[in-house]
Structure formats: structure tokens, C-alpha cells
Design a protein around this ligand. Structure first.
Ligand SMILES: NC(=O)c1ccc[n+]([C@@H]2O[C@H](COP(=O)([O-])OP(=O)(O)OC[C@H]3O[C@@H](n4cnc5c(N)ncnc54)[C@H](OP(=O)(O)O)[C@@H]3O)[C@@H](O)[C@H]2O)c1
Length: 300
């Protein structure tokens, strides 16, 4: 068993009475897979999925990221089955603006009706009366941030917030211009974008958000469906007695104090390794080598 750690310290969401440990858990890997359909259907081992969530809580993890379109519905249903009633300090962050096609595709769904239905799907499947944080995911391009106004869907979420169904609003897959637009409409507590050791397009955005006390939550912190791997990262990890994935997580924690981690895993062994990464100290010369891995001219 892993010893309970400080989980890399804590972060209070801006303007919110919610404090989370910086090491959290991303629940997407709890759904299954059906051929080419990723994040689809039940997991191969439901008991393991339940055990992961229960064990995560024993370490003090109190930030779980999810979406009702994982599975679809499956991930939220497993969360509820495993850990409902929820600890009072647990913050469950979900996201809206997509639905799944029968072929497993991810389809933009951010009309008023679709957003409202997704908020209710999340409430029902998680067994909640109010959602802690809802991230509005931009779907102008499915795989990367692309410009387009967030105003109309944000107004819908703001109305649902006023009705008491949502406590706080965040953003996902967004450009800096979309963050600025959104912040003129509603308070934004977090931004969840693709970022890791080798995918660093958001470096400037992270620093801007840090100055304003807004959390930045990298998705694919370990590389997502194709986990990070390189001889250089492996050598660095070996030199400090850690695994490459632990080094990738510890580097993110060092990168900026507003970074909150939600690594995803379908195994308790990996959960333990990831939690242990919050205690990993990276010497400054090693940090310099890691920083250079992510520079654009480097092949990875
Ligand atoms: N906003 C968005 O658009 C968006 C998009 C994608 C994801 N997300 C959120 O971000 C979370 C994190 O992303 P992710 O789960 O896709 O990717 P990730 O955390 O970068 O990586 C997950 C992959 O790494 C493997 N892994 C995890 N821990 C490991 C370890 N210690 N050693 C070796 N391999 C390890 C997992 O395999 P095992 O299962 O075998 O451990 C899985 O294949 C998701 O769970 C989801 O909540 C959000």
C-alpha cells in the first residue's frame, strides 16, 4: 500500500469554497473499449474499477474528473456505485458539450437543449442534486482548441448555475481568446486542456491563469491513448529511481502551482505509482533536462 502523502499540496478554486489536493484522478479510463470504440461500454474488470476509486479516496484524493459521455454513462455510474455517498470534501468535475455516436464518435452537442440534458444526465448518473464543477468543452474542433464563440453555451450553463444545478463553471479544449471571452461572461474556476511534457502549446496560458489564481488541469498528462515514451525520459527516470510516468507527473507539479493533476488509469498498481509521484523531488539539473525534452526542436 502507498502511504498517504501530502498529494502535492492543495489548491483552492478561485472564488469557490472548494479546496482540492493537487493530485487527483481522471476517470475516463474506467470505461471500456469495443474494438475501435474507445471509452465505450463497461470495463473488462468492473470490480477493479470500483476498487481503484475506493483506494483513491483512502489516499486522500478529493478531485475526480469525469463526463457522462464516457461510456456513455458508464463511468459516472461506476463512480456512484463505488463511492456514493460521497465524502464531503470530494470535488467531482464533469464536462458537457459532446455526445457519442453509435460508432463511438464524439459529436458536438452544445445547443440549449443538449447542454441542459447533459447536466441532468450527470446529476442522475452521479446521484447528485448539484454538480460541483462543469467544464464547457469547446467542440469547434474535436481534438484541439479552435476559435469560435463560447457565449451562447456559457449563458445556458450560467442559467443552470443560477437555478442551483451547477456550483462552478470551467472550460476545456479552449484557446486563450475563448478563456478571455468566457471570463467576461461568468467566473471561470478552471481550464482543462491537452498539456504534458511534450505537448506544451499552453505554456503562456498556464502562466496567465496562474497569475489570476485559476486552476489549469492538463488532460492527457501522461500522453493519453499513447502514453509518453522515450529513451531520454526513461534514462532520466532511472537516474532518480522513479518510473517515466512518475517523472512526467512530478514535472507537471513543478511546472506551475496552479496545475492540478488528473492522471487516468484502469489499474490500482498505476494509481499507487501516480500517487507516489506527488512526493517525488526532481533535482534542478534533472528538471532542466526535462524542460528541454519539450522544446519544439526536439524529436520525441
Ligand atoms: N477535457 C477533455 O477533452 C479530456 C480529454 C481526455 C481526457 N480527459 C480527462 O483527463 C484524464 C486523464 O487523461 P487520460 O486518462 O486520457 O490520459 P493520461 O492520464 O495521460 O494517460 C492514461 C494512460 O496512461 C496509462 N497509465 C496511467 N498511469 C500509468 C503508470 N503509472 N504507468 C504506466 N502507464 C500508466 C494508462 O494505462 P492503464 O489504464 O493501464 O494504467 C492509460 O493508458 C481522463 O481520465 C479524463 O478524465 C479530458
Amino acid at each position: 500500500m502507498v502511504e498517504q502523502t501530502a498529494l502535492a499540496g492543495s489548491f483552492t478554486l478561485s472564488g469557490a469554497a472548494m479546496t482540492v489536493n493537487r493530485m487527483g484522478y481522471g476517470a475516463m479510463q474506467l470505461a471500456g473499449r469495443d474494438g475501435d470504440k474507445l471509452v465505450w461500454g463497461p470495463p473488462r474488470d468492473v470490480e477493479e474499477a470500483i476498487a481503484i476509486l475506493r483506494e483513491a479516496l483512502t489516499y486522500g484524493l478529493n478531485h475526480i474528473d469525469t463526463a457522462d459521455f464516457y461510456g456513455p454513462h458508464v463511468t459516472n455510474q461506476i463512480i456512484k456505485k463505488a463511492i456514493f455517498p460521497y465524502p464531503t470534501d470530494l470535488v467531482i468535475v464533469t464536462k458537457v458539450s459532446a455526445r457519442r455516436g453509435e460508432d463511438g464518435s464524439w459529436i458536438p452537442a452544445f445547443s440549449r437543449e443538449e447542454l441542459t440534458a447533459q447536466v441532468h444526465d450527470n446529476l442522475r448518473n452521479l446521484g447528485l442534486d448539484v454538480l460541483d464543477v462543469v467544464n464547457l468543452r469547446s467542440m469547434y474542433s474535436i481534438h484541439e482548441p479552435a476559435e469560435g464563440s463560447m457565449e451562447a453555451p456559457l449563458n445556458v450553463l450560467a442559467e443552470l448555475q443560477q437555478k442551483g444545478l451547477i456550483r462552478h463553471i470551467g472550460l476545456s479544449n479552449v484557446t486563450p481568446a475563448q478563456v478571455a471571452e468566457a471570463r467576461r461572461i461568468v467566473p471561470i474556476v478552471c481550464v482543462q486542456n491537452h498539456y504534458n511534457l511534450v505537448h506544451r502549446a499552453d505554456d503562456a496560458l498556464i502562466d496567465d491563469l496562474a497569475r489570476d489564481g485559476i486552476a489549469y488541469v492538463p488532460f492527457f498528462p501522461l500522453g493519453g491513448f499513447t502514453p509518453l515514451q522515450s529513451a531520454e525520459l526513461s534514462d532520466i527516470a532511472a537516474s532518480i529511481g522513479a518510473t517515466p510516468m512518475q517523472v512526467a507527473l512530478a514535472w507537471l507539479l513543478e511546472r506551475s502551482p496552479n496545475i492540478l493533476l488528473i492522471p487516468g488509469t484502469s489499474s490500482r498498481k498505476h494509481l499507487r505509482e501516480n500517487v507516489q509521484a506527488s512526493q517525488l523531488q526532481i533535482p534542478s539539473e534533472v528538471l532542466a533536462k526535462l524542460n528541454s525534452i519539450g522544446q519544439p526542436e526536439k524529436e520525441f
